[in-house]
Each structure stands twice: as C-alpha cells, then as structure tokens.
Design a protein around this ligand. Structure first.
Ligand SMILES: *Cc1c(COP(=O)(O)O)cnc(C)c1O
Length: 281
C-alpha cells in the first residue's frame, strides 16, 4: 500500500515496526503480571526520553486528556492559576483550569513571539500568589517554542507548580524535566513520537503528588484522577482496562526514538529550516 503523506504535526506517519508491534497477541492487561511489567518499562523509556526520575503515567486517551487530568487533579475550586498565553493552546489551557473551579489570571503576550522571561519575571514581582501555572512548550499552530527551560525554574522560585503541555514538542525539542523543575510535563503518542493517536503520558513530581494528597476537595473525575494511580504498581492494579495494543505501539515508538541518536537534533534542524523558509516567503 502507498505510504500516506501526512503533513501535519500529528497524527504523523506510523512506521511498520510500530504497526507490527500493535499486532502482538492480546492478553488481559488487568490480570497478566507480564503486562504490568511491560507498562512499567514503557513508563521507564518515557522517563529516559524526558530526562526525569519523576513517576510517569500513560493514560488511555488522546493528549487533551493529559491537560485535563493535570487540571482536574491539581486544581481545587478557588485556586489561583496563572495561564501563560501566547497562542491558541496556551489560552485554551485556562479554560480547562476554569472548568475545575480555578480563578485564572492570564499572562498574555504576543502570539508571534516566544514568552519573554524577563517580562514574566517582572509580572511575578507584583503578583505571584498562584498554586500552579500552565504553559505550552511548542505552540503548534504558530510553531513558536517557549523557553520552558527558563520559565519553569523561574516559576518554581516563586513557589508555583508548573504544568507543561509539551505535546507537539516531546521528541522534537529537548525536554529536561528534572533539570528544568517541571512538576507535570505531558505529551501524546501521535506527534513527534509517531505512534498512533490514543494515548497521553505525564511525568508527575513529588511536589505535585503532595499537592494532590493534601487536597481538601475530592478530585472531580475518574479518568482524569491521577491520584488514583499512586499505588498502581505495588498493588498491581489499573483503574480501568488498559489499551494494550496502543501501549505496544507506544513502547516500540519510544524505543525507536531512543535508539536513533540525534533524533531531536534532526527535528530541530528541519524545524529551523521550515521557519526560515516561511520568514523568507
Ligand atoms: C496536538 C496538541 C494537543 C492535543 O490536541 P488535539 O488537537 O486533540 O490533537 C495539545 N496541545 C498541543 C500543543 C498540541 O499540539
């Protein structure tokens, strides 16, 4: 069959090795001890990819589920949340925060430029009473990449948890969760990683787990409740049946990315070339 030409940030082309992985026999993921190990090893590959020791979870749903789960699990009604907005995804993040009762304050900036770190620093001098901030790593519609490497440590210095949507960046841009002190970094299967759509994954810091543990209001959701997963491995228990074939695919896709040296560098070069061509046009 002819290879389909998909020229979008995602879903992207899924290569045969990944599609073949999906054809592996199905066991019962709720009962098969081997699957718990497989799920865990896939999370460990993702930890390597985003350079973290924080726990990683894979959830059954497209990347929007990751955004919503982070908001649902961390935000309690009345919490002040800082929404860093220089694009469509950035602004939209604020809507999820509001859905869970947050009082959202926007730090809005030019949709044609990356966030200016010193401008945010100045803003935080005046107001920094926020439980968490939402940020987008790469604003997919405009192609702008925000300096999360500087923004997240700055927010952390002010005691603000950071939730980073890196859906279109993971694999295509460097992401160093531990070094950049990101509390929740989230991605999806269908963008630079080139796995089929259907999964999201999140790295969750100790501070984020603690915030969930000390909530007063219960988390209003089931699929979006990250806290329910806190003992999944010890108890060998998933909150719901895992999409085993999708996880086979993601595991293989991440293995391929980790195997290919300079994968991110190649993406970066192509991205720079595309951006420069557009500027010339
Ligand atoms: C793709 C993407 C998502 C997921 O959204 P869909 O439109 O449902 O694919 C979330 N955030 C960013 C920045 C994305 O590029």
């Amino acid at each position: 069959m002819q290879r389909p030409l998909i020229m979008t940030p995602g879903p992207t082309y899924v290569n045969e090795e990944v599609r073949t992985a999906m054809a592996k026999p199905i066991t019962n993921p709720d009962l098969d001890p081997g699957f718990f190990e497989f799920y865990k090893s896939t999370c460990e590959s993702l930890q390597k990819l985003v350079k973290t020791h924080n726990e990683v979870l894979i959830l059954s749903g497209e990347a929007i589920l990751g955004l919503e789960a982070a908001c649902a699990s961390l935000i309690e009604p009345g919490d002040r949340i800082l929404c860093i907005d220089n694009g469509i995804f950035g602004k939209g993040f604020g809507d999820f925060a509001k859905m869970y009762g947050a009082e959202v304050v926007y730090f809005s900036a030019d949709y044609r430029k990356a966030i200016d770190v010193s401008a945010l620093e100045e803003f935080l001098q005046k107001d920094n009473n926020f439980k968490a901030a939402t940020l987008v790593h790469c604003e997919t519609p405009s192609g702008i990449t925000n300096p999360v490497n500087e923004l997240c440590p700055l927010l952390k210095r002010h005691g603000i948890l950071t939730i980073v949507d890196s859906v279109s960046a993971i694999g295509g841009e460097e992401l160093e969760v531990d070094k950049w002190q990101i509390d929740i970094a989230l991605g999806g299967s269908q963008k630079c990683l080139s796995a089929p759509p259907g999964l999201t994954f999140l790295s969750i810091s100790k501070d984020a787990w603690e915030k969930m543990a000390s909530r007063v209001a219960a988390i209003a959701g089931f699929y979006t409740n990250l806290y329910m997963w806190r003992n999944w491995y010890k108890d060998k228990w998933f909150p719901y049946t895992q999409p085993i074939s999708d996880i086979y695919a993601l595991n293989k896709a991440v293995e391929i990315v980790l195997r290919k040296e300079e994968f991110t560098e190649k993406h970066r070069k192509i991205a720079t070339a595309v951006r420069e061509c557009i500027l010339i046009l």
